[in-house]
Design a protein. Structure first.
Length: 218
């Protein structure tokens, strides 16, 4: 996985060691085989240093023509400010987006936002990830099609945006591999995939995912 931010690619000597080690931790993460993950340009105005990844949960050869299909997708951004930020209560911040399509009737479930947020916190707890200052939003939107698109069934999209401060470990560096793995667990859950056993005993429960809408062609 190549570096996706010029702070690493062009100015490695000027990049703080904790940030470089945190990025290496992301690169070293072992993820489920359904995950496709790649670096992507990171925002430049949120923090002095940033690194970003985009990911998709892919079902191999499930399309009508045998092509792969995306079941869910998202983005993870790692921010670092050596001076710290008061709102973060730390020097690192993880900012994420996860989105997928659900069955249309799920859009009317009044508990969907609370349950969706519990998927995130449950994924972090199951990986025994230490974090603080969580915040985020859960958005649901319904699409109805007309005219030339009238044959398409109504669709309900869910979007989970969240951020949290990873607890720092030795040398001031968080275990970002565990944070990335937990976020990928969330993506797999919103995609409707069954959970896989973890090496460590899970901590905290995860609310079961309602039925997911069928896979969408890539």
């Amino acid at each position: 996985m190549a570096a996706a931010h010029e702070h690493l690619a062009d100015s490695a000597d000027e990049t703080p060691i904790p940030f470089r080690q945190a990025v290496e931790s992301l690169r070293a993460a072992r993820l489920r085989p359904e995950m496709e993950i790649d670096p992507t340009p990171a925002p430049k105005r949120l923090a002095p240093f940033a690194y970003a990844l985009e990911a998709a949960v892919v079902e191999r050869g499930s399309g009508a023509d045998g092509e792969d299909t995306d079941l869910a997708d998202g983005r993870l951004v790692l921010l670092y400010n050596p001076a710290g930020q008061e709102a973060w209560a730390g020097t690192f911040r993880v900012v994420t987006l996860a989105r997928a399509e659900l069955e249309p009737e799920m859009g009317t479930d009044p508990l969907l936002p609370e349950v969706s947020w519990s998927w995130l916190t449950g994924a972090l707890d199951a990986r025994a990830v230490r974090y603080g200052e969580p915040s985020g939003t859960v958005t649901r939107a319904g699409s109805h099609y007309f005219g030339g698109l009238a044959a398409r069934e109504p669709a309900t999209q869910i979007e989970i945006r969240a951020s949290w401060t990873p607890a720092e470990g030795p040398g001031g560096v968080p275990d970002l591999a565990a944070h990335l793995a937990a976020w990928c667990d969330l993506l797999c859950q919103v995609a409707g995939l069954p959970p896989v056993p973890l090496d460590a005993a899970p901590r905290g429960g995860v609310v079961p995912l309602p039925q997911r809408r069928g896979p969408q062609p890539r």
